[in-house]
Design a protein around this ligand. Structure first.
Ligand code: HEC
Ligand code: HEC
Ligand code: HEC
Ligand code: HEC
Ligand code: HEC
Length: 390
């Protein structure tokens, strides 16, 4: 059984893709050999030419088709179209938002490694040459936002570069250093870990992506089990899908999100029949409720979260449950205290990774517990009464 399907067929990618022929061919479900004289073939080929298409072996047919239907090839997605109205992709963003930028960053295009020289054309996607590149094997380590240099091998260098997020726990601790813990500070802005931060989750406490509370210990990289210990051992590298059958060698469940090994209930429900994902989601929901209660009752400046709009946290000064409005624009939240900021950061980090339960459940549960516990103090909530476990 496969899950995680994406069916976008992007015209932009088709046009920019010299491999149009193969795609159109496989989509139409016709036979392997291409007959240029066949009027029903739905793509343009010269009627005659210096080649006979049927004689050309298209080795990469399946890989191209698989990739083409994946999120990596979806040129219309926000992740790739964000810069369409501009001259080029911002250098700060290009590494992860186009194959060309990725090659520039790692010096695979002959420029200096570790920086994007640019200019990087708009319209790029995670193309074949991002992962199929002789230079990739030369990359021995990838730098993470925490400052960690993590050793990598082969294609891992690619996944780790782009799925690491853009911030780390130290980004937060630096921002709040020496500030009064429960005093709103208009200088503080929400710190967004960015998106699809799977590699950051996966490396856990060792990767340093979460805000770590003083005196607490955090689980490191989620080694899982040998056959599923790298990104591409679970994700087919072209479709990006995760096949469920291999999980059943070791787990008993009807779906990945129902997998559970833990015998304790982390969310206070006492239910150990549901997947570990449900515990993570429940504790994330509890944390969000506590962030709302804290901003209303302790910081006395209620916050509202709207996941559809950057920067996601908005003001609700009169506490009526609606985002405040200033000349038709939503008012961005600007009453963060160190305590609310670090909790909101951890909440966003956990929820920014839809695969968190498979990538590193212990680390997720630890970050949620510690954030909940930290907010419980000024709120006067007894942790025991919540039943949440670490
Ligand atoms: C370290 C790699 C990395 C860097 C650097 C980076 N991004 Fe991203 N960004 C990603 C990944 C991975 C996603 C894919 C998330 C997803 O699944 O949609 C993403 C998604 C996005 C999205 C789509 C969000 C959505 O809701 O669909 C936008 C917009 C975006 N990034 C903007 C930027 C901008 C602007 C910059 C530079 C200032 C930037 N990114 C820098 C990795 C990065
Ligand atoms: C996100 C990284 C990534 C991208 C993008 C990518 N590939 Fe791959 N590809 C891989 C990995 C990893 C393997 C090795 C799979 C293995 O060893 O099991 C692979 C294997 C292959 C193979 C060998 C056959 C197979 O399926 O194992 C071919 C052919 C191939 N890729 C072609 C392409 C083409 C053509 C494109 C662009 C249309 C492309 N790949 C894009 C990562 C990628
Ligand atoms: C050059 C940067 C880059 C590299 C390298 C890269 N990714 Fe991505 N990946 C992205 C971006 C950007 C998106 C979001 C695309 C979109 O929203 O359509 C994404 C999306 C995904 C998704 C989400 C699919 C979905 O349906 O939403 C998965 C899973 C994924 N990547 C896994 C991988 C794996 C595994 C590797 C390494 C083999 C890898 N990526 C390498 C940038 C990258
Ligand atoms: C144990 C198997 C496993 C490993 C190893 C693994 N993943 Fe995942 N990943 C999953 C599962 C399961 C999901 C949830 C699938 C879904 O969201 O539908 C997921 C989800 C994702 C998503 C979000 C997809 C979406 O729907 O937006 C991304 C991106 C991703 N993984 C990237 C990676 C990267 C990069 C690595 C390596 C650092 C990695 N994964 C390692 C199993 C795994
Ligand atoms: C070779 C055996 C093996 C395979 C295959 C395997 N797992 Fe696991 N899985 C484990 C082990 C062992 C643990 C416990 C690891 C630990 O806690 O350090 C685990 C833990 C988990 C957990 C956390 C459960 C909990 O209650 O904390 C999830 C979720 C999970 N695996 C998902 C998956 C998915 C999804 C797949 C298939 C893509 C998969 N696993 C494939 C052995 C395996």
């Amino acid at each position: 059984m496969l899950f995680q399907k994406r069916k976008h067929i992007s015209i932009l990618a088709v046009v920019s893709c010299a491999l149009l022929l193969v795609e159109a061919h496989s989509v139409s479900g016709q036979t392997q050999s291409v007959d240029a004289s066949d009027a029903t073939v739905p793509f343009a080929l010269p009627k005659s030419g210096p080649f006979t298409p049927s004689d050309i072996e298209i080795k990469n047919d399946q890989s191209i088709t698989d990739w083409f239907r994946s999120a990596h090839a979806d040129a219309a997605a926000r992740a790739f179209s964000h810069w369409d109205g501009e001259e080029e992709i911002n250098k700060v963003c290009a590494t992860c938002h186009s194959g060309e930028g990725f090659r520039d960053f790692h010096g695979l295009d002959g420029t200096a490694a570790g920086s994007v020289e640019g200019p990087i054309n708009t319209g790029g996607v995670v193309d074949c040459g991002t992962c199929h590149n002789a230079g990739l094997s030369e990359i021995k380590e990838v730098a993470f936002p925490s400052g960690l240099l993590h050793p990598v091998q082969g294609v891992e260098a690619s996944c780790m570069t782009c799925h690491q997020g853009r911030t780390a726990g130290i980004t937060v601790s630096t921002a709040v250093a020496d500030l009064e813990i429960d005093t709103p500070n208009p200088e503080l802005r929400f710190i967004n870990p960015h998106y699809a931060t799977a590699a950051a989750t996966w490396l856990g406490g060792y990767g340093g992506s979460g805000y770590h509370y003083d005196g607490k210990e955090y689980s490191g990289r989620f080694f899982h089990a040998r056959p599923v210990s790298s990104c591409v051992s679970c994700h087919e590298p072209h479709t990006l899908e995760v096949a469920f059958e291999p999980c059943l060698t070791c787990h008993q469940a009807n779906a990945p999100e129902e997998i559970r090994i833990a015998r304790q209930s982390y969310d206070g429900s006492g239910d150990t029949t549901k997947g570990i994902r449900a515990d993570i989601q429940a504790n994330a929901a509890t944390l969000m409720e506590m962030i709302k209660a804290y901003t209303a009752d302790v910081a006395e400046a209620p916050v509202i979260y709207d996941g559809t709009r950057h920067p996601y946290f908005f003001a609700d000064a009169n506490g009526d449950g609606a985002i405040d409005d200033s000349d038709g624009r939503p008012v961005v939240y600007s009453a963060w205290t160190p305590r609310s900021l670090r909790a909101a950061y951890n909440w966003k980090l956990v929820t920014a990774d839809p695969g968190n339960y498979a990538h590193n459940p212990p680390y997720m549960l630890e970050l949620l517990y510690d954030s909940i516990e930290d907010l419980s103090v000024p709120l006067g909530i007894d942790m025991q009464s919540l039943g949440v476990l670490r």
